[in-house]
Design a protein around this ligand. Structure first.
Ligand SMILES: Cc1cc(CN)n(C)n1
Length: 328
C-alpha cells in the first residue's frame, strides 16, 4: 500500500509547525497532528483533559469509538527539546493515515499537556516517526504507526515534501519521482539512539567557498528551525549586515530589510541549497526579523529542522537505514 497526506504549515506565514490529518477509531475521528521524525510517541488531546488546558484543539474521545481498547496499566510521559511536555494513558485503536490502516495501534491519550501545546490550537497532538526505541510508554514500550504498517507498504520508506507557506505532503510507501529535480542523494543514518541521525559533509554561506566539515545532525520535522554549531552560525550571520546575537531573545536577529545569503549543506558531493528567503523565520517587531538558523548550544548534535526540510524532498528509508535528499 501507499498513502499520502497534506502537510499544512501553521501559522500560515511562519511555518512554525506542519500538521497532517490522522483518522482515529470507529466511527472515524479525524485530528490534525504534528508528524515528528524526532520522537516516537503517537499522542492526542483527549476528552480526559482538564478544560483549562484545551483551547480550540479537537479532542479524541475513546468512549465514542467501538474499536478502542484500554491498554491496562500502561502510561506515558514525554518531554521535548523545547521543554514542552505531555502525559497520559494508552488505548489500542484503529489509526488510518492516507488510507493506510493499522487496527491495533498504541494511541497515547493525553490527560495533561504543557502550555506550549494548550496555546497551539492548530495541533491536537503528535505522530512520532522516529525509531520505536524512543517510545515512552511504560511498562512496555510501543511501536510507531510507521513501524507497524512498514510490512504492508509498497516500499519501506516515507517521503517528506514540506513547503514554505504552502501545503506540502507526507507520502508513505513511495517516492513521487515528479516531486524533485535531479537525483536523490542518500547517506547512511545511525538509528542507535532512535533518531534519523546523519553526517553532513560541510556547508557554504551564499556564494562563498564550500567548507568541508562533518556536521552530525538529526533530521527532525518536529523542530522549526535549523540548529547548527556556533562557528557555522557565526559565519552565516557575518554575511548579514545588521544581524546580532540579540541579548534579550538569546538568538540571532537581523533587519527585515537585509538580503539574506543562501545556506548550502553537503551530503557527500551533493549540495542542498536553502534560499536566503527561507532563512527568515519571521518578524518580531517593525524592523527586526528572527533568524531561521540558530546555535545548537549544548545539544549533542545539530538539528536539520523545517527551515532545511522545506527546501528539499527528503526520503526516510527504513529499509536501508538511510536518508536521501533531493532538490525541487
Ligand atoms: C513538540 C516538539 C517536538 C519537537 C522535536 N522533536 N520539539 C522540539 N518540540
Amino acid at each position: 500500500s501507499t498513502g499520502i497526506v497534506a502537510a499544512t504549515p501553521f501559522p500560515a506565514e511562519y511555518d512554525r509547525e506542519y500538521v497532517a490529518p490522522v483518522s482515529l477509531g470507529t466511527p472515524a475521528q479525524e485530528l490534525n497532528l504534528i508528524f515528528d521524525t524526532g520522537s516516537s510517541d503517537l499522542w492526542v488531546f483527549s476528552t480526559s483533559m482538564p478544560a483549562a488546558q484545551v483551547a480550540g484543539q479537537k479532542l479524541y474521545n475513546p468512549s465514542g469509538s467501538s474499536t478502542s481498547a484500554v491498554l491496562w496499566g500502561h502510561t506515558w510521559s514525554i518531554q521535548y527539546g523545547d521543554g514542552s511536555r505531555s502525559s497520559g494513558t494508552v488505548v489500542n485503536e484503529l489509526v488510518t493515515i492516507g488510507g493506510i490502516s493499522y487496527a491495533s495501534q498504541a494511541l497515547e491519550i493525553a490527560n495533561g499537556v504543557s502550555a506550549q501545546f494548550s496555546q497551539d490550537p492548530a495541533s491536537s497532538g503528535l505522530l512520532g516517526l522516529g525509531f520505536s526505541i524512543l517510545n515512552t510508554v511504560i511498562p512496555t514500550s510501543q511501536k510507531t504507526w510507521f513501524d507497524n504498517v512498514l510490512p504492508t507498504l509498497a516500499a519501506p520508506v516515507f517521503t517528506v515534501d514540506l513547503k514554505r507557506a504552502a501545503p506540502g505532503t507526507y507520502t508513505f510507501g513511495a517516492i513521487d519521482a515528479s516531486s524533485y529535480a535531479g537525483k536523490i542523494e542518500y547517506t547512511p543514518i545511525d538509528n542507535s539512539n532512535g533518531f534519523w541521525r546523519l553526517q553532513a559533509s560541510g556547508y557554504q554561506v551564499g556564494t562563498s567557498p564550500f567548507q568541508p566539515t562533518t556536521i552530525d545532525a538529526i533530521a527532525d520535522t518536529g523542530t522549526t528551525l535549523l540548529m547548527l554549531p556556533a562557528a557555522i552560525v557565526k559565519a552565516y550571520y557575518a554575511q548579514v549586515p545588521g544581524s546580532q546575537l540579540h541579548a534579550s531573545y538569546g538568538a540571532y536577529t537581523f533587519p527585515c530589510s537585509a538580503k539574506l545569503p543562501s545556506f548550502t549543506f553537503g551530503i557527500g558531493r551533493y549540495r542542498g541549497v536553502i534560499p536566503g528567503a527561507f532563512v527568515s523565520y519571521g518578524r518580531i517587531d517593525a524592523t527586526t526579523c528572527y533568524g531561521g538558523i540558530q546555535d545548537q548550544g549544548n545539544l549533542p548534535f545539530s538539528i536539520f529542522g523545517d527551515i532545511l526540510m522545506k527546501a528539499q524532498v527528503v526520503v526516510f528509508d527504513a529499509g536501508r537505514t538511510r536518508i536521501g535528499f533531493a532538490a525541487k
